[in-house]
Design a protein around this ligand. Structure first.
Ligand SMILES: *[C@@H]1O[C@H](CO)[C@@H](O)[C@H](O)[C@H]1NC(C)=O
Ligand SMILES: *[C@@H]1O[C@H](CO)[C@@H](O)[C@H](O)[C@H]1NC(C)=O
Length: 344
């Protein structure tokens, strides 16, 4: 599916019923304040933030694309494969309900916005932010801080104001708003708690006489893996009133309470077996499955017991590779037949 309303998609999936009036392809790059008015998926407060931060919005758009790509990668072998639908909301009702899948989409989206904005800061693309120069000087380990660490605080703060603003305001104490805010924060924590130190050596012929290091974000694939693990272990919660504040607590009181990094959800997911256009569920007919796997990518589970078709297809592979002195590898092309299975 071509995602034509990529930026709107970020907001539409968060808001459920908005219509994508202006596909981003017709908007071009986001460079003027008036563009903010034309991005119909935004709530009023987001339009204001957009206008005050026009230069940041292109990074937000890249973040939205990252989120969708990563979601589709992480869910490629599952019944719900994070495919977007052409009608809106782009992820269908799956995300409009407080499901585990919705929890993932919110977490990955708020993380991707934080990451993309931080990257834009580090690359010098933005006037409002640059590298984090607060870590500088010589470290206790004896290396030199480069003075250009990823400014994750800026990216996180931007994500907090721009993504979370949808949940603040009226209805902000609804259980769904609490769920979204929690999962948004859990997504950002997946970056914040996994920052690392990267280094470069300087000196004659690769000797490491001088080592400069900086704090860097994890690769987004790692962030996706972490949030997917949280999806697998997500906690079903319900709202409870403690004093005057409303909080989410595990539905099953025997479960240990969730942490800030965990994902939480309110509603059970459908089984995603059958096509249901009204709720944006595509069903698994036609999906590839693995005949020998007992997991969710196996034909039994993927096809929901409906059975599958088998087809012989030819694949071309590299084979009989030989190393030639010096130095290259030459391979032959081999054609082989493999069985492909698709769900009935
Ligand atoms: C997801 O599955 C549907 C069929 O259910 C298929 O048409 C679509 O191409 C898949 N999307 C991705 C991103 O793999
Ligand atoms: C199918 O599943 C088996 C068992 O989990 C695995 O070893 C194999 O690599 C899978 N095949 C493909 C094509 O993914």
């Amino acid at each position: 599916t071509t995602v034509s309303c990529i930026l709107d998609s970020l907001w539409n999936m968060l808001s459920a019923n908005r219509i994508c009036v202006k596909p981003l392809s017709s908007v071009g790059s986001i460079s003027e304040e008036e563009t903010c008015e034309r991005l119909k998926g935004l709530v009023q407060k987001q339009v204001q933030i957009c206008k005050r931060n026009v230069e940041v919005m292109d990074a937000v758009r890249r973040g939205a694309q990252l989120a969708i790509d990563e979601c589709q990668y992480q869910f490629r072998n599952r019944r719900w494969n994070c495919s977007t639908v052409d009608t809106l909301p782009i992820f269908g009702k799956v995300v409009a309900q407080g499901t585990r899948e919705a929890a993932f989409v919110y977490a990955i989206s708020s993380a991707s916005v934080a990451l993309a904005v931080t990257r834009a800061c580090s690359s010098g693309e933005l006037e409002k932010c640059g590298c984090d120069r607060n870590v500088h000087g010589i470290s206790p380990e004896g290396f030199q801080w480069s003075g250009c660490s990823d400014n994750i605080a800026y990216g996180v703060a931007f994500s907090q104001s721009f993504v979370d603003v949808r949940e603040r305001g009226k209805g902000s104490s609804s259980s769904r708003a609490l769920m979204n805010l929690h999962n948004n924060e859990a997504g950002r924590k997946a970056i914040l708690n996994n920052m690392r130190v990267e280094c470069k050596c300087h000196g004659v012929s690769g000797s490491c006489e001088v080592k400069t290091c900086w704090k860097a974000m994890p690769p987004f694939r790692k962030v996706g893996n972490i949030i997917k693990e949280k999806f697998d272990g997500a906690t079903e919660v319900e709202q409870r009133k403690i004093g005057t504040t409303k909080v989410l607590v595990p539905k099953n009181s025997q479960f240990k309470p969730h942490t800030e990094e965990d994902l939480v959800y309110l509603d059970p997911s459908p089984d995603f077996c059958d096509q249901d256009p009204r709720s944006g569920v595509l069903g698994t007919t036609g999906r590839y499955c693995n005949k020998t796997s007992k997991a969710i990518d196996g034909c039994e589970l993927m096809c929901c017991g409906r059975g599958f078709h088998t087809e012989e297809v030819e694949v071309v592979d590299r084979c009989s590779c030989k190393f030639h002195w010096c130095c290259y590898v030459k391979c032959k092309q081999c054609h082989k037949m493999v069985e492909m299975h698709t769900c009935r």
